[in-house]
Design a protein around this ligand. Structure first.
Ligand code: AMP
Length: 201
């Protein structure tokens, strides 16, 4: 990733548990199949442990799909974990459904494709692509309902660091907007660190 951040996705951590056949994974899948939030007693520790690992602590992190409820946001606050920035992508429901339903995973490389917007490079890759069990139109609509029930609570925790970005544009344009925001955060942080070093001298 361009910024060297460690990408931590709560959904990926849950899918790893499912793939490993653990008890946690089995329980989580029941909720995921219904588009519901997996209970916090499973998710919170999992995300917390990942965030506290040395790579994420050293390089910084991009947390994806977490927090998804007020309880989860509070759990982070209690640990003193606060993002420098909270990016909210505004995407129309129609586009969200299209993006999710066309999404595919290359199980060999972990790369994510979209049949229309980011198609596989060749036939060999195309033949091995898989689809997530919850990437159907029916399931994404259930996930959206859960999202609408919780989003305001989560946003209220991060009012001071939220940046809204229009997410309906092509991915290159959306990335360009995100890039601007992240560059400016990086600049501010390195300035602050230089200031504090100067003050210590
Ligand atoms: P995602 O990969 O982010 O689309 O998440 C897929 C599914 O995993 C969601 O529909 C939830 O069932 C579950 N999940 C992911 N993140 C969380 C979270 N922070 N809290 C509870 N459940 C989650």
């Amino acid at each position: 990733m361009q910024y060297g951040l460690v990408h931590i996705a709560a959904g990926d951590l849950l899918r790893e548990e499912i793939a490993a056949g653990t008890e946690k994974g089995k329980r989580a899948k029941e909720y995921m199949e219904k588009g519901l939030l997996v209970p916090s007693e499973i998710v919170v520790m999992m995300v917390k442990d990942r965030l506290l690992q040395p790579d994420a602590q050293e390089k910084g992190w991009l947390l994806d799909g977490y927090p998804r409820s007020l309880e989860q946001a509070k759990a982070l606050e209690e640990l003193g974990i606060r993002p420098d920035i909270f990016i909210l992508l505004d995407v129309s429901e129609e586009n969200l459904v299209e993006r999710v339903v066309g999404r595919r995973l290359d199980p060999e490389t972990g790369k994510i494709y979209h049949l229309k917007y980011s198609p596989p490079e060749n036939e060999e890759i195309a033949a091995r692509l898989t689809q997530r069990f919850d990437d159907t139109e029916e399931k994404v609509k259930l996930r959206l309902q859960t999202h609408h029930q919780n989003v305001e609570d989560v946003l209220s925790t991060y009012e001071d660091v939220i940046v809204r970005i229009k997410g309906d544009a092509a991915k290159e344009n959306v990335f360009a907007e995100i890039d601007k925001v992240l560059s400016s955060v990086k600049e501010k942080k390195s300035q602050a660190s230089m200031d504090s070093k100067a003050a210590a001298v």
